[in-house]
Design a protein around this ligand. Structure first.
Ligand code: C2E
Ligand code: MG
Ligand code: MG
Ligand code: MG
Length: 288
């Protein structure tokens, strides 16, 4: 009986794999046409100063409106676009459009853009960044590129070379999803990061979970020693904010301050901030 159950389970599992391979292959095909069909839209999520609560800028987060499947999350299509190599083309589109959008934002709001390993290590990447900045007129110090440790693991020497060149013309570099990769300490020591983003998995169960609290505290101490500001991702509650404020975390990002939103919604929000100083007090109430 047990054996038969096991066999059935394996068959079901294999059937499931086949199904998911099929949908992956289908999605990969559709992805090829998605740029031309204008199916992508960039959403933006606010990043806020912990002490003042004021917006400092926003992170570009890509959305794919699939004609039949509706919204496909980046957790599904980014890995496929990385495997197929389409990420270089998609990433270039994001960078150009996001720089263009951000050039119109007020108060020198910063723009954060995610960069996949294949993009960062692509020979044309530096030129693409320069072109996006020139075309849009966005000042380089308003652009922050978010990279993960997987970029560095792929080719440490080359990654360092690219990052140094980008920083030489004023672009900022952030380490994304900190704590989820490998060799974090030597990476922080060897790479000139302008910001560290603590992964939201460590924020989710603050302040009650002792392990998460210890990891976040240790990261904040490390950031202080290395003089690198820390941003906490996935901030959802007053309790998260109270803990992070008390421990000296500089920047916050998460649903508490707003979900990723359409550009017109973000511009409305920025418009309110510039027209009426008191609106900044209401930052915290923003939900999309
Ligand atoms: P990420 O760069 O770490 O982005 C943060 C993710 O956390 C976003 O998911 C955001 O919607 C989500 N998030 C923000 N605040 C909260 C919160 O309070 N609670 C919870 N539960 N989640 C929160 P999203 O938009 O689904 O993107 C997932 C990942 O896909 C990103 O993680 C990034 O790695 C990748 N990605 C998105 N857009 C791009 C892109 O244009 N290029 C590249 N290369 N990767 C992208
Ligand atoms: Mg990011
Ligand atoms: Mg992240
Ligand atoms: Mg991530």
């Amino acid at each position: 009986r047990a054996k038969e159950n096991g066999k059935n389970r394996i068959e079901r599992y294999e059937a499931g794999m086949e199904e998911s391979n099929r949908s992956r292959a289908a999605l990969a095909m559709d992805l090829r046409n998605a740029i031309g069909n204008d199916e992508f839209e960039i959403y933006y999520q606010l990043q806020n100063d912990t002490v003042t609560g004021k917006a400092l800028g926003a992170e570009a987060l890509l959305r794919w409106h699939h004609p039949e499947r509706g919204m496909v999350p980046p957790s599904e299509f980014i890995p496929i676009s990385e495997d197929t190599g389409l990420i270089t083309q998609i990433g270039e589109m994001v960078l150009r459009r996001a720089c263009h959008d951000a050039a119109a934002w007020p108060n020198r709001m910063r723009l954060a853009v995610n960069v996949a390993p294949k993009q960062l290590l692509d020979d044309k990447f530096i030129r693409i960044v320069q072109e996006a900045l020139l075309e849009s007129g966005l000042s380089p110090d308003r652009l922050e590129l978010e990279i993960t440790e997987s970029s560095i693991i792929a080719d440490q020497q080359h990654a360092l070379h690219v990052i140094r060149q980008l920083k030489a013309f004023g672009v900022r570099i952030a380490m994304d999803d900190y704590g989820t990769g490998y060799s974090s300490l030597s990476t922080l020591h060897n790479f000139p990061f302008d910001k560290i983003k603590i992964d939201r998995s460590f924020i989710a169960d603050l302040p009650g979970n002792d392990h998460s609290a210890a990891i976040v505290r240790a990261t904040l101490i490390l950031g202080k020693a290395l003089k690198i500001p820390i941003l906490a991702e996935g901030v959802e509650t007053e309790e998260h904010i109270a803990f992070l404020k008390n421990e000296g975390c500089q920047e916050l990002q998460g649903f508490f301050f707003g979900k990723p939103m359409r550009l017109n919604r973000l511009n409305e929000h920025f418009g309110e901030l510039t027209q009426d100083g008191s609106a900044q007090e209401n930052d915290c109430e923003l939900r999309s």
